[in-house]
Design a protein around this ligand. Structure first.
Ligand code: 4NP
Length: 158
């Protein structure tokens, strides 16, 4: 994956109501605090929850950390996203497989996709309790810092 600072980043999970809305909120927060100009959006590989706001447990966990994600709405990942976004970060291996199936054979598009946690997965908290959402927050928070720092380091490179 290209390390240069992207203009647009998309984060992706299955339903776009738990993990990727939290990752979107956290990334946007860190990008702002570092003074960078990167647009962030999120999507789900399934359109099952289209137009729904984030899961209340995700909203609550984020509110507890000072971030309001209540205005986000779920939307499905579409082919056009591979053109529009520079980097597409997914939460688990199943999202990776599904996203690559939507991308199709173009190497340029496939190379935009990677795991949000570089060598592991952000576990799906949907069927668990509140502690799963706190764990998702902690995982995406530390990974988001790493991404933003890496992009900032490469911001002036051609
Ligand atoms: P997410 O969590 O992929 O982190 O948004 C899920 C939300 C809904 C479902 C599964 C995972 N579901 O099966 O409806």
């Amino acid at each position: 994956m290209n390390k240069n600072m992207p203009s647009r980043v998309l984060v992706v999970c299955l339903g776009n109501i738990c993990r990727s809305p939290m990752a979107e909120g956290v990334l946007r927060h860190h990008i702002q605090s570092m003074g960078l100009r990167i647009k962030v959006d999120s999507a789900g590989t399934s359109g099952h929850h289209q137009n729904e706001p984030p899961d209340l447990r995700a909203q609550q966990e984020m509110r507890r950390r000072g971030m309001d994600i209540s205005s986000q709405r779920s939307r499905p990942l579409v082919r056009k996203d591979f053109d529009r976004f520079d980097v597409i970060l997914v939460m688990d291996h199943s999202n990776l497989e599904d996203a690559l199936a939507i991308a199709g054979p173009r190497t340029e598009w496939r190379n935009k996709v990677g795991l949000f946690l570089e060598d592991s997965e952000v576990p799906d908290p949907y069927y668990g309790g509140a502690s799963g959402f706190a764990q998702v927050h902690d995982l995406v928070d530390s990974a988001a810092w790493r991404w933003v720092e890496q992009w900032k380091e490469h911001q002036d490179q051609p």
